[in-house]
Each structure stands twice: as C-alpha cells, then as structure tokens.
Write a protein that binds this ligand. Structure first.
Ligand code: IPM
Ligand code: MN
Length: 356
C-alpha cells in the first residue's frame, strides 16, 4: 500500500510522542512492505510561535489531501491569556469541525500486567475494556451564541443538539457495541437539561434498530462515580462532547495512566488519530512521556483509516510484549527490580517487537 499520512506534532510532549508513532509506522511499513509518505505540518502553539494562525491553511490543506492524520497534542499555558481564536486549542476544534469528524472513539482497557498500576484495587480493574464514544463536533464546544458580555461581568455558552447529530453518533456507538460486548450506556443529564432529554429520547428510539444490543441510561454524575467504583460494568459509553471529554480522562485514571489512551476521530472526510493525554507541558522535553497512547493511536490509524488490520494488531501485540517484558515509563508502576525507562526506550522496545 502507498498511503499519505499528515503528521501534526504540535506542542509540549506532542513532538516526542509523534516521533514514537512515526517509528512504529515505519517499522510496520518495513515489515509489511508498505510505503507511508509522512508529511509534517505546524499546528497549535507551534504554529502561533511561527507567526501563523493555530491551524494554518497549509496544515488544513495537507490534512485534507492525506489518507489519515496523526496529531501529537496541542496546548501551551503561555497562550492562556489570549482570545479563543489565538489559543492552541482552536486548531484542533477547527480541524475536527472542518473534517466533520463527529465521532471520537476512546478505548480504555487494562493491559495485562498493569492491573495494579492505577489507584484502584487490581480486582476492580481486572478486565476493564471500555470504549467511550464521544460526540465531537457539537454541544457546548461549538454552540452559538457564545461570548462574554460587554461589561465583562458575565459569559455564556450554548449547549445545542439536533436529533440528526444525536442519531449519527448513537449509530456509531451501537455499531461498535455489536462488535464488542453488545452493551451501550448512554450518559446524559436528562434530569436537568433539555438537550439531554432529547438525547435520551433519540437514543431510545434508535435502539429499536439494534435489538441485539442492550441499552442503559445513566446520569453523568452517577456515571462518574460508577466508572471509578465498578468500571467493568461498562462496554460502550455513548455521550455528548463535554461529558465525553471528562469521562474519557477519568477512564485513563482507571486503566493506570492517561498516557496509555489512544483515540480516533472519525465520521468525517479523513480520520484524525491522536493520544488522549494532551501536551503535558510539565514533562515536555524530558523523555518522560508515555508513548503508548500515541503508538496505540497509530494502530487505530492503521486499522480504521488504512484498513490494515493485521498491521494494527501487530502494533498492539508489540505494546503488550514490551509491557510483558517489564518496560515501564515513569507514569506506570514499576516492575520489582526493573527501573522505569524513558519515553524513547519504551518506543524502541515496542518498535523492536514490531520488527521481530
Ligand atoms: C481532548 C482535549 C481537547 C478537548 C482540547 C485540547 C481542546 O482535551 O481531546 O480531550 O477538549 O476536546
Ligand atoms: Mn480532554
């Protein structure tokens, strides 16, 4: 296969974990005889630093011409005081919208050997395998009107969802559940919000098309509690944009580290793949970042955008093998007698496994 992948390393640890993902993609290309053309573009704070907007035109054009997009991370506290359109985050919000990538898939599973790596008891996390299906191009993130009142004394955002937006993300959740545990938990705040009542009604009606999938509903506050106390009760969690942002970070804590989580943003023109962890400026440039979320995102890219199933599985098997050999970055609980390793060493261990 000959495929073009747009690389958007971005900010903080974004470039480091992008290097790790590129190493994995190159190893896959070598081993399986593919050609991946990797084109790198500025995004986020690194674009702003270069005197460009957060999502430069050339970056968007490169993304639209690619077969898949890999993004490291965006975000840099030095832009905190800037208006919304001059912040690194504006890039990713615009990119999601331009692509029409309305479905964000965030799988969180406990890798064998990492059961005792998080703050929960091993017997509680054993076997956890959750897929958060987050609506990505609607809700409070995009709803109009939004703004700050002229006197600066109040500010407002709008949560808005249409039946069509709810249906299309619910379809993704039900279809995903069919290939997994056949259970969808739809998460909302229907006891308070109109958008959530429409969400619940729409999802309930749509469920009739999926008699083989069991549907449950939970309020987001209850779900936040239950995810942390009984995570194995979940298969697919279907939820709106902001709730999904929060619950997917929470699922990172449950499986041991946010650094482990990959994601895919699909449903639009071109798939966008990125680790969930963000730019982590506090550890940037220190060879501490866990590259597994990024390498796992590369696996999702191979499977979902390029339809290279065996290649994706080879990457995931390589991650498992490196963990099995006792490789641990500092965010993971070390194996007795084995000191933690750096980001590069972890990536190399995984890449070696892909090549072997
Ligand atoms: C994420 C991030 C983004 C979001 C930020 C960087 C805009 O937190 O992908 O979860 O809120 O969606
Ligand atoms: Mn987030």
């Amino acid at each position: 296969m000959n495929a073009t992948i747009a690389l958007l390393p971005g900010d903080g640890i974004g470039p480091e974990v992008t290097d790790a993902a590129v190493g994995a993609l190159r190893a896959v290309a070598d081993k399986f005889g593919h050609t991946f053309n990797l084109d790198t573009y500025d995004v986020g704070g690194s674009a702003l630093d270069a005197g460009q907007p957060p999502l430069p035109d050339a970056t968007l054009a490169g993304c639209l011409a690619a077969d898949a997009i890999f993004l490291g991370a965006v975000g840099n506290p030095k832009f905190d005081g800037e208006p919304p359109d001059r912040r690194p985050e504006a890039s990713i919000l615009k990119l999601r919208r331009e692509l029409g990538a309305f479905a964000n898939l965030r799988p969180a599973r406990v890798w064998p050997g990492l059961e005792d790596g998080g703050s929960l008891k091993p017997e509680v996390v054993k076997g956890v395998d959750v897929l958060v299906v987050r609506e990505l191009t609607g809700g409070l993130y995009y709803g109009q009107p939004r703004g700050v009142a002229d006197d600066g004394q109040s500010a407002f955002n709008t949560m808005r969802y249409s039946v069509e937006e709810i249906e299309r993300i619910a379809v993704v959740a039900f279809e995903s559940a069919r290939l997994r545990g056949k259970h969808v938990t739809s998460v909302d705040k229907a006891n308070v919000l109109e958008t959530s009542r429409l969400w619940r009604q729409t999802v309930t009606a749509l469920a009739e098309r999926y008699p083989d999938v069991e549907l449950g509903h939970e309020y987001v506050d209850a779900c936040a509690l239950l995810i942390a106390s009984q995570p194995s009760r979940y298969d697919v969690i279907l939820t709106e944009n902001l709730f999904g942002d929060i619950l997917s970070d929470e699922s990172g804590a449950i499986v041991g580290s946010l650094g482990l989580l990959p994601s895919a943003s699909v449903g639009g023109k071109i798939g966008l793949f990125e680790p969930v962890h963000g730019s982590a400026p506090d550890i940037a440039g220190q060879d501490k970042a866990n590259p597994i979320g990024a390498i796992g995102s590369a696996a999702m890219l191979l499977r979902q955008a390029l339809k290279l199933d065996a290649e994706a599985s080879a990457v995931e098997t390589a991650i498992a093998a490196a963990l099995d050999a006792g490789c641990r970055t500092v965010d993971l609980v070390p194996v007795a007698g084995q000191p933690p390793i750096g980001s590069k060493a972890m990536a190399e261990a995984i890449i070696e496994q892909i090549a072997s």
